[in-house]
Design a protein. Structure first.
Lengths: 175, 175
DNA sequence: ACCACCATGTAACAGGTTACATGATTAA
DNA sequence: TTAATCATGTAACCTGTTACATGGTGGT
């Protein structure tokens, strides 16, 4: 009954419920979702796929090709579906943010205040551009994906607000 | 010039700038900060300390004790200070949240809507209790630590708002 | 009697990144 | 001619978690 899978394995299996795919396809799918909630490296994907087959969560067939490596197409099995479903139903683990910026702030007394201000501005810039990317994002797949997108959007808005007010505060301290 | 250090190493060195400490002390410090931006396991700390000494970022001396393992006290060196400072000055890497909940939402069509609602409620509960812990938190060390705390607080508030509105939306869909 | 505190660590495992290696096809 | 797309993977490394192992002191 164990059948523990990692978030990455769950994501792979989740995408496979939408149809037969290759490792290459999976990575494109993840990119298409903007890398907002899952951003695997290809080596990880290619490492994971065979282990899913080994455990009976997917089957694979090889498509012969010329001029490039043969393609391996993976199909999710009933067992695989059951396992993702089980993973999805587990209560999600909640953890506080552990971004490097927080550590840099926490030890702020160790560096010049201008540097800190720079960091806050940099993060605001990045959050803003990510927000733009997200808002312009085409692949709103379905109503559920939409929920995930809004979540990220609200998070970004909060960050930007925080950055703006912190920026003001730090700038004031510099005067 | 390489001298790359990880976030954990930076955190350890950062704390060591406040005085001589043992591995045990370091963990207590991290806990005292509420584990909000750094939550190392002890095995990690004990693994990291000797490597800092090897690289000349800290020195250690042993305090003999009876009835318990000898204590190792670590002191940061000049080189160590330079290295943390360099790490702190590097522009922080910014990354979108990659919480499991987002994946569960994204694949929401694979599970019963009540389950999803449950997940959202669970996360709201946890965020709320974390917020309470944070607000009641005594060790506001200095103005910089304060900035880090506000950051986390704003993040939590945004999550809770999002959870509330999502809860309503999902509940409506269930009717 | 029991629990929290003090204080160290090792070993096995899991998860993930970076760099390397190969090479044809097709559109601008 | 240059870049993107297609398509696979291996090897080395880094970071981190979980479980195990030990045992005295001091307070309720």
């Amino acid at each position: 009954m164990a059948s523990k899978i990692s978030a990455t394995e769950a994501a792979v299996l989740g995408l496979l419920t939408r149809g037969e795919m290759s490792g290459y396809d999976l990575q494109r799918e993840a990119e298409a979702a903007g890398g907002f909630f899952w951003a695997p490296t290809k080596s990880r994907i290619y490492a994971v796929l065979p282990t899913l087959v080994d455990r009976g969560y997917a089957t694979s067939r090889e498509v012969l090709q010329t001029g490039r490596p043969n393609k391996h197409l993976y199909t999710i099995t009933k067992k695989g579906r059951a396992v993702v479903k089980a993973w999805l139903e587990e209560p999600p683990v909640f953890e506080p943010e552990r971004a490097p910026l927080l550590l840099k702030l926490y030890f702020g007394d160790l560096l010049p205040p201008e540097k800190l201000l720079e960091h806050v501005r940099a993060m605001k810039t990045q959050a803003t551009s990510l927000k733009k990317r997200l808002e312009e994002h085409p692949d709103r797949h379905d109503a559920y994906a939409e929920l995930a997108y809004t979540h990220t959007l609200e998070w970004l808005k909060a960050l930007i607000r925080w950055a703006s007010s912190t920026e003001r505060e730090l700038a004031q301290r510099l005067r």
